[in-house]
Design a protein around this ligand. Structure first.
Ligand code: PLP
Length: 482
């Protein structure tokens, strides 16, 4: 197969090489893993020492995030089970404490950390795997397709598509949904050009590389939305080729929602009939919030869109990453082939698929329902406004897009502060994504600390806060100049 080795190569180097990862991945979307010095020296020792024992430490070091875990392995000859059990229990107990602590000070990622899946612990003993297609059983009986399809039906209703007209599956994450959506677009239009705003998630550009697609990056407005004037120029320059468009339902950094209707109108104005374009909606975060915001434009299959994806661990909240991808059944026929070994249709990106994830999603959808989500969305938007108003009130540059709970503000001067609150930063910006687990108390704590820290950072006349005019517009900027 042409291109396969290149794909594997580039993925491999992105995983193994730090520098490569920095270049390939959009830093806007990834906060560099902040590995404490102690762990780094462990890694060095392990890399240089090479032995099996030490290699295991790398894994521990990467997961633990704190120097207090530089515990050495118990003696390999020591087979007293009691010691080993005690050792493992203590490692786990300390790990749990770290997690509790890191959860308490988490503000930068759009993850809802507030959930209770106690009722599902009884299922942890099963190797649940939904390998292959959700709608066609494989020969492996320990699966959760009943739950998966129930969840998919719920999303189909949310996005207005009939049961017998959609196809979809529960993915490993929003990224897999994007990889799938762009792939479906490419299979429908093998010659199509991919258009995506430059503030799109890095997974979109990864898809372009993996599938060796021609890709046009479209400019954005200050809000972070796609600039349809620029989109038009790029479309008109490529009128001979079909268009595959990624539309952002909430960008990663600014939480900007692309104007889907204007994107469609721009396509039509440029002479692209509905059979000459494919739209994938990346709704990783807001895909599940927008439907519950009254004045928000609707994401619906009643419009000429091809697919929508969303992350399951973001707004819903889930112990493991997962997502949902929905497309039109008619498109899947372009992409699938029969794999006899599975006795199943092969239309998913992954083969084996996490069978626990559908249970978690099913559980929360049932518990909260539309009403519950609506309440949470309203709370998030209210709290986001509270945060923004207090930032501005304290003379700190800040912006909040209308449909968003992502508050963009002045990047804190001190990396220690950024690390403590796990803020995602880009250029002079940082952001807080207000999720259901972010309470007013937590925001107050954060604000008090920020205001106090700033009074120290900027106590000298000649040290000034950064200017954010080019990032969020001069009307949102509170720097000395604006
Ligand atoms: C988080 C995010 C993704 C990727 O989702 P994962 O579940 O992290 O893979 C894609 N697009 C946007 C806009 C996101 O915010």
């Amino acid at each position: 197969m042409v291109g396969t080795s290149a794909v594997i190569e580039s993925m491999g180097s992105a995983v193994n090489g730090k520098e490569v990862a920095d270049v390939r991945f959009d830093p806007t979307a990834v906060v560099p893993e902040l590995v404490p010095a102690v762990v780094k020296s462990e890694v060095d020792a392990a890399v240089n020492g090479g032995g099996q024992e030490q290699k295991r430490e790398i894994v521990l070091g990467r997961n633990i995030h704190t120097s207090s875990f530089s515990v050495t392995e118990p003696d390999a000859d020591d087979d007293s089970t009691g010691d080993k059990e005690a050792y493992m229990a203590s490692v786990l107990a300390r790990y749990r404490k770290t997690l509790t602590d890191r959860t308490k000070y988490h503000l930068g990622y759009p993850y809802n950390l507030d959930f209770d899946y106690g009722a599902l612990t009884q299922l942890q003993h099963f190797s649940i795997n939904n390998l292959g297609d959700p709608f066609i059983e494989s020969n492996y009986g320990v699966h959760s397709r009943q739950f998966e399809v129930g969840v998919l039906d719920w999303f189909a209703r949310l996005w207005d598509i009939e049961k017998d007209e959609y196809w979809g599956y529960i993915t490993n994450c929003g990224t897999e949904g994007n990889l799938h959506g762009i792939l479906v677009g490419r299979e429908v239009f093998p010659e199509g050009i991919l258009y995506a705003s430059k503030e799109s998630h890095y997974s979109i550009f990864k898809a372009a590389r993996m599938y060796r697609m021609e890709c046009e990056k479209v400019g954005t407005l200050l809000t972070g939305e796609i600039d349809c004037a620029d989109f038009k120029v790029k479309l008109l320059a490529n009128k001979d080729k079909p268009a595959i468009i990624n539309v952002n339902i909430g960008t990663t950094v600014k939480g900007a929602v692309d104007d889907l209707d204007l994107v469609i109108k721009t396509l039509e104005d440029c002479g692209f009939s509905h059979d000459r374009f494919y739209i994938h909606c990346d709704g990783a975060l807001f895909g599940l919030m927008m439907p519950f915001v009254k004045r928000a434009p609707k994401v619906t299959f009643k419009k000429p869109i091809g697919s929508v994806s969303v992350s399951g661990h973001k707004f819903v909240g889930c112990p493991m990453p997962c997502g949902v991808q929905l497309t039109r059944l008619e498109h899947i026929n372009a992409l699938s082939s029969n794999v006899e070994y599975l006795a199943s249709r092969d239309a998913t990106i992954m083969g084996s698929r996490n069978g626990h994830a559908p249970l978690f999603l099913w559980y929360t959808l049932n518990r909260k329902g539309y009403k519950g989500f609506q309440k949470e969305v309203q709370k998030c938007l209210r709290n986001a406004h509270y945060l923004k108003d207090r930032l501005i009130g304290a003379g700190i540059s800040a912006m909040l897009n209308e449909l968003s709970s992502t508050v963009v503000f002045e990047r804190p001067k001190d990396e220690e502060f950024v690390r403590k609150w796990q803020l995602a930063c880009e250029r002079n910006m940082a952001h807080v994504v207000v999720m259901p687990s972010v309470t007013v108390d937590k925001l107050d704590n954060f604000l008090d600390e920020l205001v106090e820290a700033r009074s120290i950072w900027y106590k000298d006349e000649d040290v000034k806060p950064p200017c954010l005019a080019s990032d969020i517009g001069s009307k949102n900027c509170c720097c000395p100049q604006h």
